[in-house]
Design a binder for this molecule. Structure first.
Ligand code: CA
Length: 221
């Protein structure tokens, strides 16, 4: 899950970035609206976390720009707790949820997950697939009574493929969703994660489509 954080305050921004990264999310941090616009025209995000008080282009203007592009990426707005006017204008501009500053990081993470879940049409935290229950928050897969632990990246890759059952995803697309701007990527990183997932969950779960990418098939009922 790749998140665009738009925040000019370095202290708040780095706190959010650290918290979300620790929770297994990939975070790109834009310091102003221009950077955010550039990021959003080049990278698909699962979620945007937006501070309303930004230099140059305000958060509300940015939100308006996002929606005018017909981009339905969920947007979580961060605003001063008592800024009711911000809330109302943000709502009409198309924000999906709010957290008031100062906020609790645990609450922010929970809201982020809920928004992404909703945008993917899931009502629960877990994903069921072919006798397995995948819990992205806990980085575990339950198969019967067996509990299998995943790394944050393995889990992110699995969730990405499960969100696209029957449709192969290219290595580049998977890399984009798993790695942020400043991260070094080994050229075979995705292959390594796929290979680890196969070792943990069975060799037939993820199929390689030569020259295209990887796919998890729609399970046979
Ligand atoms: Ca600000």
């Amino acid at each position: 899950m790749r998140v665009l954080l738009v925040e000019d305050d370095r202290l708040i921004g780095s706190g959010v970035e650290d918290g979300l990264t620790e929770a297994g999310m990939t975070v790109d941090w834009a310091y102003d609206g221009k950077q955010a616009q550039l990021a959003m025209t080049t990278t698909p995000y699962d979620l945007v976390i937006l501070d309303l008080g930004l230099p140059h282009i305000s958060g509300t203007e940015l939100l308006d720009w996002i929606r005018r592009r017909n981009d339905h990426t969920p947007v979580l707005v961060m605003t001063a707790r008592d800024a009711v006017a911000d809330r109302v204008s943000g709502l009409s501009a198309g924000a999906d949820d709010y957290v008031g500053k100062p906020f609790d990081l645990t609450e922010l993470i929970a809201r982020c997950r809920a928004l992404v879940r909703r945008s993917q049409g899931r009502s629960t935290d877990t994903i069921e697939y072919d006798g397995m229950i995948i819990d992205p928050d806990r980085l575990t897969v339950m198969r019967g009574s067996e509990r299998i632990g995943l790394t944050a990246r393995e889990c992110a890759l699995l969730v990405e493929l499960l969100g696209s059952q029957g449709r192969p995803l290219s290595r580049a697309r998977l890399q984009d969703s798993l790695y942020g701007w400043n991260e070094e990527i080994e050229s075979n990183a995705i292959e390594v994660h796929v290979s680890n997932l196969r070792k943990k969950l069975g060799s037939r779960l993820i199929r390689t489509i030569r020259g295209i990418g990887y796919v998890i098939e729609v399970p046979v009922q």
